[in-house]
Design a protein around this ligand. Structure first.
Ligand SMILES: Nc1nc2c(ncn2[C@@H]2O[C@@H]3COP(=O)(O)O[C@H]4[C@@H](O)[C@H](n5cnc6c(=O)[nH]c(N)nc65)O[C@@H]4COP(=O)(O)O[C@H]3[C@H]2O)c(=O)[nH]1
Length: 934
């Protein structure tokens, strides 16, 4: 059989028809594909089988064989290899052929070239295999879910590995929703809803999925909803889910460490920011952002110069650039003008750019500035202060001085710096011990002496302090020194004034007392000290006769002579008036003291010249010895005083040692003094009144008030015993005041009772006259008692008046201005004459009793008294005679035109009650015998 020629496969219909004989040899083959199998027209079965792909040959043989045996139709796809070597997929189909006799005659069939289809299938299979491979081996969970229910339609094997469920357990049985953590469900739903709403093509959602073992794993799902192309309905979803637990953990850890770093960067007291190489801010903590005035999140990502344009061109900017260039860190301080702030900046290079730390040091800078300013000011103050200033090191070597110290010390600054403190100070509160450990820390307000360059001493007030290390060792010494030399001189003068007698320059009582105290305190047991009380004799007379100034000249001369008579160790003091006291060591006991006394008296032997006058003066000296007469200065003074009175009494110009018997009299005086003080407070005083008569009318026109002291033990003490004591002990003023008040009160009462005026005269002592407040006190008494001033007569002795003439005259004028009368008591016993008294505005002269009594012995006395009374009258003074004891005297006085008289003959001093009685009695002069109280 000849096979027709076949067209090329590609051009022709790809189906060929074939026929075989009963044993399978090809008897007919369409021309189209013939060339595939043979170049001839016939083809044996075996040859044909050679064309079949070896891998398919067996299958083809079996199919053919079975079909032939069974006489069945067959169809089989297999590959053939063309004669040209090309491979083709063919679908071979055949059906048995029977002849008219029903005899099998072979097969007739067709071969369809299905290479193209198979290639497509091959590709599909390959892709499917690839996908399957991917799906089966993917570490991700790949799933397909039904719409709405989320039931698994497909689950990749990885589900078992990751969530513990195999596909069988999932597909068609469970919903994806079962696995979502309840807390994440809302989020997942929201995402699905969003996707459906927006028809978006997939999104990623993270959630926790429950493992079969109950634990949750973090998953990230890439979810894609599937939509029907025609209806647009959701037909399900595919999901690719990945276990991101580890990633989450890493991410969280990273976030955690980033948070920690940020919170650390936030919490550090410093501002921090980082910039990349493009100067973009990659991080800025709040402090840094605040510094430039921007929110941190707004700064990040921005270029530094956009956020802080003021940075451009500043040193800070240059430093940043330099660090970026050199990769070397930089530390510096910079001023940030927009904030008027100073920052301490540290710039570190890193792989991305720079890490910049800065610390606001404005406060510190300000404090430093303030400190600098205050230091500057302090320096200026130190330079300008009038107090000297010095700074020395711990060894006392001067490091720094101010101009004032140069002025005070006389040295130039260069001469002082480097000098040791010890050589500058003669005395200072800081000796060597100040520099040692635990020495004093400061010396405030202490006095020191600087040795001036020219040798003189400069007194300074020293205020210093020492700075020490922890071991107490001196590090530096600072001191301010105020020049107090002038003040010291004044102090010295004041002290001298306080301790020395201004007239004679001798030590005064205070200094003498102190010296004696020292001598007693520091004396050895066998030391003998003599205390000599020296009182000038009749000095008062000199004073009264020549006046105060000559008296002062005399006292100075005496002081001078006494001083020369004594040894340097002896002390001589003027106690006041004409009293001196000498305290001296007496190695030979009494004989030494006696020698001193004689020397003193001897010094007075030569007359003293006062102006043109030679004045002879003597002294009485009382001596007490330590320890013989006492151990304390009081007893020694007292004893010397007592002995001096003894010497005076014994005839003057002599000295007397104290004898114990003398002490008795002294003690009596002391007892009296004590009880006198008590009497003032009690009711032991009483005023007696001695009537005074007008000699023309012989009527009582007034009386003299005389003080009586009714001592509880001693009985009535006469005024002459206690008045001088009261004067001496400064008690007379209160006593005198009491008498004045009592007298005024009694007389007012008396006048009221008798219905007629009465004058009362009250004695004033010399001491009262010294009191400038006397006029005011008298006025107060007059006001208080309502006593008429013209009826009050104040009696003063001559000697009291002349003690200080200026003062007396002034005071008398003031008293007279009150309207009271002034009488001079005891006239005729003193040294001054009438003319002398003209200087005072007086009203009454009281002739002393001794003056009145002389009448008996002098025949010319009458004339004298008469002339005196006339003279007094000429001076507008009335004359009162005192001490009228006899009728004769009274008569005599009447004949001399004397105005008034008082005396025992008329009436003795008497208590108030008796006076009332006396004054009421009709005949006065007949009563004198019965009214005796004195
Ligand atoms: N022999 C004699 N004496 C007569 C006669 N008439 C009066 N006398 C006394 O002579 C004194 C007169 O007083 P005086 O000269 O002021 O002398 C007073 C006066 O200086 C002073 N005195 C008395 N009372 C005070 C007083 O209150 N203050 C002051 N400062 N001194 C007073 O005491 C002195 C003595 O006072 P008295 O003892 O009271 O003594 C009184 C008086 O009793 C007389 O005929 N013959």
């Amino acid at each position: 059989m000849t096979l027709p020629a076949a067209p090329p496969m590609t051009d022709a219909v790809k189906t060929l028809v074939w026929m075989t004989d009963t044993v399978g040899n090809v008897t007919y083959l369409s021309r189209d594909v013939r060339h595939l199998f043979t170049s001839g027209t016939t083809l044996s079965f075996a040859a044909y089988m050679q064309s079949v792909h070896p891998d398919d040959r067996q299958r083809v043989m079996e199919t053919f064989g079975r079909a032939t045996v069974m006489r069945e139709e067959f169809q089989i796809d297999y590959r053939v290899i063309g004669a040209d070597g090309s491979l083709h997929w063919v679908t071979g189909s055949g059906a048995p052929r029977f002849d008219a006799h029903g005899e099998f005659s072979g097969y007739t069939g067709a071969l369809l070239d299905v290479t193209t289809r198979y290639e497509a299938i091959g590709r599909l299979e390959k892709s499917e295999a690839t996908h399957r491979l991917l799906t089966e081996n993917s570490s991700d969970l790949i799933s397909h879910h039904a719409a709405d229910s989320g039931i698994f339609l497909f689950a990749s094997p990885s589900f078992e590995r990751i969530l513990g469920f195999d596909a069988e357990e999932l597909v068609g049985k469970r919903s994806a929703y079962e696995f979502v953590h309840p807390e994440d469900r809302l989020r997942v739903d929201a995402e699905i809803a969003r996707q459906m709403r927006e028809s978006s093509s997939g999104s990623v959602v993270e959630f926790r999925a429950r493992h079969k073992n109950g634990q949750y794993l973090w998953m990230s799902t890439n979810l894609k909803l599937l939509t029907d192309q025609l209806t647009g309905e959701n037909t399900g979803a595919v999901a690719v889910t990945r276990d991101i637990s580890a990633e989450r953990q890493t991410r969280e850890a990273l976030q955690q460490s980033r948070n920690e770093m940020y919170s650390m960067l936030e919490s550090i007291g410093e501002a921090f920011y980082a910039i990349d190489r493009d100067w973009r801010i990659t991080y800025a903590n709040r402090k840094a952002a605040d510094f430039v005035g921007i929110a941190p999140n707004r700064a990040i990502g921005k270029r530094l110069l956009d956020v802080a344009p003021e940075l451009l061109g500043t040193p800070m900017h240059q430093y940043f650039q330099q660090t970026l260039d050199t990769r070397e860190k930089a530390f510096f301080e910079a001023y940030w003008e927009p904030r008027d702030a100073w920052a301490e900046v540290r710039v570190y290079p890193n792989d991305d750019g720079l890490s910049i730390y800065f610390h606001d040091i404005s406060a510190r800078r300000k404090a430093e500035n303030a400190m600098r300013t205050s230091e500057q000011r302090l320096r200026e103050v130190i330079e300008m202060t009038p107090a000297g200033y010095l700074l020395a090191d711990g060894d006392g070597q001067i490091q720094e001085v101010n101009p004032a110290l140069c002025r005070i010390s006389g040295y130039e600054r260069e001469e002082l710096v480097g000098r040791k403190l010890d050589s500058l100070f003669a005395t200072s509160p800081w000796d060597r011990s100040a520099y040692t450990a635990h020495g004093p820390a400061s010396a405030q307000g202490q006095e020191a002496i600087i040795r001036h360059k020219f040798g003189n001493e400069v007194h300074v007030l020293f205020n210093g302090s020492i700075k020490r290390d922890e071991l107490g060792q001196a590090l530096s010494l600072t001191a301010f020194l105020t020049d107090i030399t002038a003040r010291k001189h004044i102090e010295y003068r004041l002290e001298h004034l306080a301790t020395h007698d201004t007239l004679t320059g001798l030590p005064n009582r205070a200094l003498l007392t102190e010296r004696l105290q020292q001598m007693l305190a520091f004396s050895a047991r066998d030391t003998t000290i003599g205390v000599l009380f020296v009182d000038l004799d009749r000095f008062k007379e000199v004073n009264d006769s020549f006046g105060h100034q000559p008296g002062d000249v005399l006292l100075c001369e005496v002081a001078q002579r006494f001083r020369h008579a004594l040894r340097p160790g002896d002390v001589i003091a003027r106690l006041g008036g004409d009293e001196f006291m000498v305290v001296a060591h007496c190695s030979e006991g009494r004989s030494s003291a006696a020698a001193i006394a004689e020397k003193l008296l001897g010094k007075l032997a030569a007359p003293i010249d006062i102006g043109a006058q030679h004045v002879f003066i003597s002294a009485s000296i009382g001596i007490s010895m330590f320890p013989e007469h006492g151990g304390t200065r009081e007893t020694l003074f007292q004893s010397a005083d007592t002995a001096m009175y003894q010497a005076k009494g014994a005839g003057r110009n002599i000295y007397r040692f104290f004898e114990p018997e003398m002490g008795v009299a002294a003690r009596t005086r002391m007892t009296l003094e004590l009880s006198l003080r008590r009497a003032l407070g009690g009711e032991e005083f009483e005023v007696y009144y001695q009537p005074r008569v007008d000699l023309k009318t012989m009527t009582v026109i007034g009386m003299e008030a005389l003080l009586r002291w009714n001592h509880p033990e001693l009985g009535q003490v006469p005024p002459m015993q206690f008045i001088p004591l009261a004067e001496e002990r400064n008690l007379i003023s209160p006593i005198g005041h009491w008498v004045l008040r009592q007298a005024c009160r009694d007389t007012v009462d008396l006048m009221r009772k008798l219905g007629r005026p009465l004058r009362v005269s009250v004695n004033l002592s010399a001491r009262q006259l010294r009191n400038s407040a006397l006029p005011a006190e008298v006025q107060a008494v007059l006001d208080e008692t309502g006593f008429p001033a013209p009826l009050l007569e104040l009696e003063l002795t001559e000697s009291a008046l002349v003690e200080d003439i200026e003062h007396s005259a002034h005071l008398l004028r003031q008293l007279k201005d009150l309207g009271v009368k002034i009488a001079v008591d005891d006239f005729g016993t003193g040294y001054s004459g009438l003319a002398y008294l003209r200087r005072f505005s007086l009203d009454v002269l009281k002739l002393d009793r001794s003056f009145v009594m002389q009448k008996e012995s002098h025949t010319s006395h009458f004339d004298f008294i008469k002339a005196f009374v006339d003279l007094a009258h000429a001076l507008k003074l009335s004359v009162v005679a005192e001490g009228v004891e006899t009728d004769d005297t009274l008569q005599f006085l009447c004949s001399t035109a004397c105005d008034e008289a008082q005396g025992y003959f008329i009436a003795r001093p008497m208590p108030l009650a008796a006076l009332i009685q006396y004054l009421r009695s009709p005949s006065l002069l007949s009563k004198q015998d019965t009214l005796s109280f004195n």
